[in-house]
Design a protein around this ligand. Structure first.
Ligand SMILES: Nc1ncnc2c1ncn2[C@@H]1O[C@H](COP(=O)(O)OP(=O)(O)OP(=O)(O)O)[C@@H](O)[C@H]1O
Length: 247
């Protein structure tokens, strides 16, 4: 069973060149950002996430909302295994794929074909899995002969096609997203939307951070409202969306 469990999980960022003398130990009176603190040894740290307790079970579709800097991306990165908690614990059970940065692992000098392989390895695909999916990825990209050209020669839409085709080729148990990837020309947009719907509906756990009420209500049944790196509210999507966005 896929499952996520965070216990008092914090992620803090040390900032070595902060103009720390100007930092007042003020109460948080702005909506944005995590808490900025000066540690006992004088170092300034930003608390991206502050002692989060969270359990997500198989079958849940969870949306993250919150103002800029409230900790959404930090939480997605923690759940994807990009960050480890600086204190507390994070147990992620299940094969997890993050579509947060689909360009990760791309080498601009390598060809499209080589980049499909690079990205696949980064996503944890085995050689056998890749060989069974390779032709489908190449075809979905619609890049034809350009697959033998270096990635740097691609237009931005072509770059996206390749990264998207590769990143959405597996069906993970846990899917992590922060935007609906649907750029590209009309033809690709349509196909991309369909493929994304497929991967979203087959995943056992979805975590989606967004500022769009429509997107969140359309895809999530539970919403978590983050504020200053803490959970402000957690509950049924509609209830929390009404509170956060207003009715
Ligand atoms: N690499 C970093 N170094 C220092 N501070 C960071 C770093 N990454 C994030 N933070 C801080 O952690 C806090 C949470 O940031 P995060 O990116 O998680 O917010 P967010 O909710 O995704 O915001 P947005 O909606 O603007 O994308 C912010 O105060 C930010 O300044």
């Amino acid at each position: 069973m896929a499952k996520i469990r965070l216990e008092r999980a914090s992620v803090s960022f040390p900032v070595y060149n902060a103009a720390s003398r100007s930092l007042k130990n003020r109460v948080l009176n702005v909506a944005t950002g995590g808490a900025i603190e000066r540690r006992f040894d004088g170092l300034v740290v930003v608390k991206g996430l502050d002692e989060i307790d969270l359990t997500i079970h198989e079958g849940e579709r969870v949306g993250l909302v919150g103002h800029n800097g409230s900790g959404k991306t930090t939480l997605l990165r923690l759940l994807s295994g990009i960050y480890a908690p600086t204190s507390g614990s994070a147990a992620i059970d299940g094969e997890c794929v993050s579509l947060i940065n689909i360009g990760l692992g791309i080498d601009p000098e390598a060809t499209g074909r080589e980049n499909i392989r690079l990205r696949a390895v980064m996503m944890g695909m085995t050689a056998k899995e890749l060989s069974s999916k390779y032709d489908e990825i190449a075809e979905f990209s619609g890049l034809g002969d350009f697959l033998d050209m270096p990635f740097r020669t691609y237009s931005s839409g072509m770059q996206l096609r390749l990264a998207f085709a590769t990143s959405t080729s597996i069906r993970p148990e846990i899917l992590i997203m922060d935007e609906w990837l649907s750029t590209g020309d009309e033809d690709f947009k349509d196909r991309a939307r369909k493929r994304l719907d497929e991967i979203v509906s087959s995943t056992k756990i979805l975590i989606l951070a967004s500022h769009s009420k429509e997107l969140l209500l359309g895809n999530c049944d539970r919403l978590i409202w983050l504020e200053h790196g803490r959970v402000r509210m957690d509950g049924p999507a509609k209830t929390i969306a009404d509170e956060y966005f207003g009715r």
